[in-house]
Design a protein around this ligand. Sequence first.
Ligand code: HEM
Length: 283
Amino acid sequence: MSDQFSANPIGSVAEQNEQASRPHQQIVNEQVALDTETPKANSLAQKVKVWDFPLRLFHWSLVLLFIFSFVSVKISEMDWHFKSGILISALLVFRLLWGLVGSFHAKFQHFIASPKRTFQYIFSSLISTKRKHKTGTEYIGHNPAGGWMVVIMLVSLLVTVFTGLVSTDEIYLVGPLYGFVTESFALSATSVHRFMETVLLVLVGLHIAAIVFYRIFKQQKLTKAMITGYKQIQPESLNEHERKLLEQQLHDTQSKKSNKLPVMACLIVLAIATGWAAWLWQL
Ligand code: HEM
């Protein structure tokens, strides 16, 4: 458990400038778990903890429930569709709060990059011919484009779920929050909910295509990292500032200064999400 609840901040530089201005001490106090014998960020690949256990559980539960929601509506099992929608809404409540208080790479502030840097990243990625380990091309957490894709997916899921909760089929089915909105709002929300099915399918298609792209053209095993929580990072593929953070964190781990993941915050966030789902369930 303690292994799963440790986290590290070494790689993701959501805003290089912002991080460059962070005081040294602040970096030293960040959480990290790095499985390595050496305190030097040398050219050997380093096994780095990136995704904490709650985030991975969120992701794979979301995948299963997303498929379940899709299938249940297609076979007109609306009761199951509503139930999985409630569970997805609880997952989203969890993720939103975890993005504020979770481990380093789960936090929104560490993976939402400025539009300028995002376009620079996309441009340099596409024109890059020397695909593997090109300096500054690899990120320990979400890369700038991936970070925005996460935001778009989460917002789309939120819109889908919350329009579903107030929806009506105009015959006898209504979502659990239908009673809190006007009839015209519910009708508009139902149209948006139906439209979002297509939007989500496109986004998930792009999401999976991007993962395959990174696997084939950049030799990055993103799915494995989302399962195990660890990534193999080649220090020379990081930009200078990120590499400095890597070295700092390696040193930090050796001197046992690294902190644990915020377990108490996790339990509170979990309780809020569970309470939300329980309330919807009994409506
Ligand atoms: C088999 C299918 C899928 C695979 C292999 C997969 C894999 C991944 C991977 C590797 C990441 C991390 C990307 C990175 O390193 O930047 C990720 C993130 C994410 N995926 Fe998927 N994914 C799948 C399906 C889905 C589906 C169906 C959804 C939603 C409907 C989804 C939503 C997300 C979200 C929201 C994140 C961001 C995680 C976070 O930071 O909260 N994924 N996925």
